[in-house]
Design a binder for this molecule. Structure first.
Ligand code: PRE
Length: 362
C-alpha cells in the first residue's frame, strides 16, 4: 500500500515538474521579449527595483510550506537566469558576433590575408617624421618579409605641446613609400572629415585607443570600403570594445581588425596592462581578426618578444610593434621603439621559435 502511494506521489511530482518546466520556459520567453524592448530603448537589463518588487510579491503571496527566504533565494536564481538569457540574446544579435557568423572574417590587404590562421606582423615608426626615416623602416621590414607598414600622421598626444604629426604630408609619405616598397600602409585617423581623403593614401585606417568610443568617427569609418584596425580604449571593457566594432559594422563596413593594446590598471611596471586573455575572448565572441600591439601595451623593449610570443601562442592573428631607425631622436615614443637591428633580432627569434612563418608574409 505504502509503495503504491509513493509511486502515485512520484507520478504527481513528475507532472508538477513538467508544469514547472513549461512555466519556467514561458517565463523565459517573456523575459526575452522584455529584453528586446530594453535593448531597443537602450535600457539597462538588470533592474534591482523590479526584482525587489517581485520578491516582495512573493513574500506576501507565500502560503508555505517553504520559508519566504528559501523561495526568494530560488527566485533570485530564476531572475539571474533570465538576465543571462537577455544578455545572451543581445550578444547574438550583434553583426560582429560569432553567433551571427561562425566562420572567421578574413581581410585581404594588398594581397596579404589577415585572419586566415597564419599570423602576420605590422611594424613601423610611431610617427612619420620624414620620407627618409619612413623609407628606411619600410626597407627593413619588407626585407624581413613583412608586408604592412605602420606610421602615425595624426598623433593624438597626451600633451598638446608634443609633436602632433605631419598630417596629410605624413599620409603622402606613407603612400609614396608603399608604392616604392610594394607594401601596404596603415595610419591613424582622428577626425571624421579626414577619413575620405585618407582612403586615397592608406590601405588600412586605424582608429586609436583614445577614439574607440568616438561614435561619430566609428560611424563614418563604417561607411568606407576600407579595412579598419580598431584599438581597444585605455579603460574599455571587452564588451564596450565589441560594441564599438559593431558601430562600424552596423554602417556596412565589415572589414574590421580588433587590436588589444593594454588597459590602464594600478600596475606601473608596464605602460599599460596587456590583457592577454582578451585575445581568445574576442576570438570566441566575434568573427574578426585580433591583433596585439606589444609596444603600447608594454611600453618596454625588453618585454616585446615575450609579449609577442604570448599573443601568438594564445591565438592572435598578428602582432604590431614600433620600429624607428634611431629611437633616441624619435619625435614620439622614443623609449619604446626598436631600432632596425633590434627589430631584425625580434623577427628572427619569432620565426626561429616557430611563432611566425617567414614566407607567409610575402
Ligand atoms: C527580469 C530580468 C532581469 C531584471 O533584473 C529584472 C527582471 C526577470 O527575470 O524577472 C525581467 C526584466 O527584465 C524586467 O522585468 O524588467
Amino acid at each position: 500500500m505504502n509503495h503504491l502511494e509513493l509511486n502515485t506521489l512520484r507520478t504527481e511530482l513528475d507532472d508538477v515538474n513538467k508544469e514547472l518546466l513549461a512555466l519556467i520556459n514561458k517565463r523565459g520567453e517573456l523575459v526575452q521579449r522584455i529584453g528586446k524592448i530594453k535593448s531597443a530603448q537602450g535600457m539597462k537589463k538588470y533592474d534591482p527595483v523590479r526584482e525587489r518588487h517581485m520578491l516582495d510579491l512573493i513574500s506576501s503571496d507565500n502560503e508555505g510550506p517553504f520559508e519566504t527566504s528559501t523561495l526568494q533565494h530560488l527566485f533570485k536564481e530564476i531572475f539571474k537566469a533570465g538576465l543571462e538569457l537577455q544578455e545572451d540574446d543581445h550578444k547574438k544579435e550583434l553583426l560582429v558576433s560569432r553567433k551571427q557568423r561562425p566562420e572567421d572574417t578574413i581581410i585581404t590587404v594588398k594581397g596579404t590575408r589577415v585572419g586566415d590562421g597564419n599570423p602576420i606582423m605590422i611594424a613601423g615608426p610611431c610617427a612619420v617624421e620624414s620620407y627618409e626615416q619612413t623609407a628606411e623602416v619600410a626597407e627593413a621590414i619588407t626585407k624581413n618579409g613583412l608586408k604592412i607598414l605602420r606610421g602615425g600622421a595624426y598623433k593624438p598626444r597626451t600633451s598638446p605641446y608634443d609633436f602632433q604629426g605631419l598630417g596629410v604630408e605624413g599620409l603622402q609619405i606613407l603612400k609614396r613609400v608603399a608604392d616604392e616598397f610594394n607594401c601596404a600602409v596603415i595610419s591613424e585617423i582622428v577626425h571624421p572629415q579626414d577619413l575620405e581623403e585618407a582612403c586615397e593614401y592608406l590601405d588600412i585606417i586605424q582608429i586609436g585607443a583614445r577614439n574607440m568610443q568616438n561614435y561619430e568617427l566609428l560611424k563614418e569609418a563604417g561607411k568606407l570600403n576600407k579595412p579598419i584596425l580598431l584599438k581597444r580604449g585605455l579603460a574599455a571593457t571587452i564588451e564596450e570594445f565589441i560594441n564599438s566594432a559593431e558601430y562600424i559594422m552596423s554602417q556596412g563596413n565589415g572589414q574590421i581588425i580588433l587590436c588589444e593594446r593594454g588597459i590602464r590598471t594600478y600596475e606601473r611596471a608596464t605602460r599599460n596592462t596587456l590583457d592577454i586573455t582578451a585575445v581568445p575572448i574576442l576570438k570566441q565572441e566575434t568573427h574578426l581578426p585580433v591583433f596585439v600591439d606589444v609596444t603600447h601595451s608594454t611600453g618596454r623593449k625588453d618585454l616585446l618578444l615575450p609579449a609577442a610570443k604570448a599573443a601568438l601562442a594564445i591565438g592572435a592573428d598578428g602582432v604590431m610593434a614600433e620600429v624607428h631607425p634611431d629611437p633616441a631622436v624619435a619625435l614620439s615614443d622614443a623609449a619604446q621603439q626598436m631600432n632596425i637591428k633590434e627589430f631584425e633580432q625580434f623577427i628572427e627569434k619569432l620565426v626561429s621559435s616557430g611563432f611566425l612563418k617567414m614566407n607567409q608574409l610575402v
